[in-house]
Design a protein around this ligand. Sequence first.
Ligand SMILES: Cc1cc2nc3c(=O)[nH]c(=O)nc-3n(C[C@H](O)[C@H](O)[C@H](O)COP(=O)(O)OP(=O)(O)OC[C@H]3O[C@@H](n4cnc5c(N)ncnc54)[C@H](O)[C@@H]3O)c2cc1C
Length: 397
Amino acid sequence: MANPSVTDCSGLLGTPNSIFQPQNPTELRTFLSDHPNLALRIGGGLTGVSGGAVPDAHETYIDLSRCSELSWYDHDSGIVIAEAGATMQSLHDLALEGGWQFPVMPGSKEKATIGGMVACNGGGPLSLKYGKMAHWILGVDIVKPNGEEHRWGGPCTKVSEGCDWKSLIVGSEGTLGIITRVILRCAPSLPSLHHYRFASDDFFALLPLIPSLLQRDAYLIEIADEPALRFSSQAPESVLWTALPSPWTGELPKGIRCQISEPNQLDERFAIGYGLQDYKRFIDLDVCFPVKNACAALRQLQGWFDLHQFEHVFFGHAGDGNYHIHVFFNDDVEKWQGLCPEFDAMVRHFEGHLSGEHGIGKIHRNRLNRPVESIESAAYIALKNVLDPGGQLPTAT
Ligand SMILES: Cc1cc2nc3c(=O)[nH]c(=O)nc-3n(C[C@H](O)[C@H](O)[C@H](O)COP(=O)(O)OP(=O)(O)OC[C@H]3O[C@@H](n4cnc5c(N)ncnc54)[C@H](O)[C@@H]3O)c2cc1C
C-alpha cells in the first residue's frame, strides 16, 4: 500500500518513503540507531505555513505528535517539562490550572506543538509584551539523526556558562536536530486588562494609533484590514484590537470608532487564519517591519499589489510590526514567482524581514538568498557538520 501523503497549512503536499510515529523519545532514539543513514523530515502539528514539515519522496517522515507527555517540573516556580508533541493548547491548560499562564499562544494552539513552535520560534498576540518562544525556554533535549541525545540548558532560570547553546536550536526548523523535550517557564497570571476594538473604514488610519498604544504599555496590538476581516466577521471595516493595563483616555483621530470589548473578541481576529485556508490557493508572506516604517511599507506594497492585480489581505501582530500578507494566485503562480524578488526588495528597502514567526521552510528558501560566503552560512554549515554529519536532516542553505 502506498504511504499516505503529508501536508501542512501551506497546502504543499509530499509523499514520504516511510512514516515513523514514536510514542516517546526513547522509541525515537532506538528507531534511529537501528536505522542509520535515513533521510529524515520532522513534523509536529502540521500547522506550519512554510512547508518545512512536508516530506520529499526519499525521506522518512518522523511524526512527533504522539510524544505528548506534559507535566510540572516545579509547579511552585512555574516550570514545565514537555515532550515536543504536546500541543500549545495543552500547555496553556496546564499553566492555567496551576495558577500560571504560558504567554506565547499562536492562533493554531489546538494543533501546533511545542516542538514546532520552538523549531520556528513562534509567537502570538501577547508576544508584544512577553516575547516569543525563545524567551520562555530554559532547556531543550535534542536527538541527533544517529539516535544520540543531548540536553542544552536545564531547569535553572539563570545561567552564564558561555554560549547559550539551546538558542541554536530555536528557529532551526528541523534542520539541525530533533527536539524531543523542552523545559519551559510560565509567567504569572495576566493582570486584568482593558480591551478595546478600534474600527475604521480606512485601514491606514488605524496604523498611527500604534505608537501611542505602545507608550501605554499595550499587551497586544492586533490588526486586520477589511478584506481579511471578511473571513471572520460580517462587519465591513478594518479593525485594530488592543489590551491596555489602564483605561484608554486619549482623543480619537477622526474616522475611528472605539468599542470597549471582551478578551474573547480576539476570536474574531484568530478565526481569520483558518477561514483563509479554504478560500483560494495563497502564499503567506509573514513580513516584519520596524514599527516606524510599517505604514509607509504597507502603503507601497498595497499599491504594488493593485498594480499587478494580486488579490491580497493584510492582518497580523501590528504592535510587533509583523503582518501576515496572504496573496491569492487565481492559479497564476508563475506570475507571483516572477514578481516575488521585487516584493522582497521592497521589504528590505523598509528594513523589513521576510518572516516574523512562520519561518522559511521549503516555500521561502530561495527568497532568503544568504550568500554562501557569509559568516552566517559558514557558522550554520559548521554546526550542521557537528549535529548532522551525514546530512540526514533537510538543510537550510
Ligand atoms: C490558523 C493558523 C494560525 C497560526 N497562528 C500562528 C501564530 O499566532 N503564531 C505563530 O508563530 N505561528 C502561527 N501559525 C503557524 C504555525 O502554527 C507555527 O509555525 C507552529 O510553530 C507550527 O507548529 P507545528 O507543530 O504545527 O509544526 P509543523 O508544521 O509540524 O512543523 C513546522 C516546522 O518545525 C519543524 N519541527 C516540528 N516539530 C519539530 C521537532 N520536534 N523538532 C525539530 N523540528 C520540528 C518542522 O520540521 C518544520 O520545519 C499559525 C498557523 C495557522 C494555520
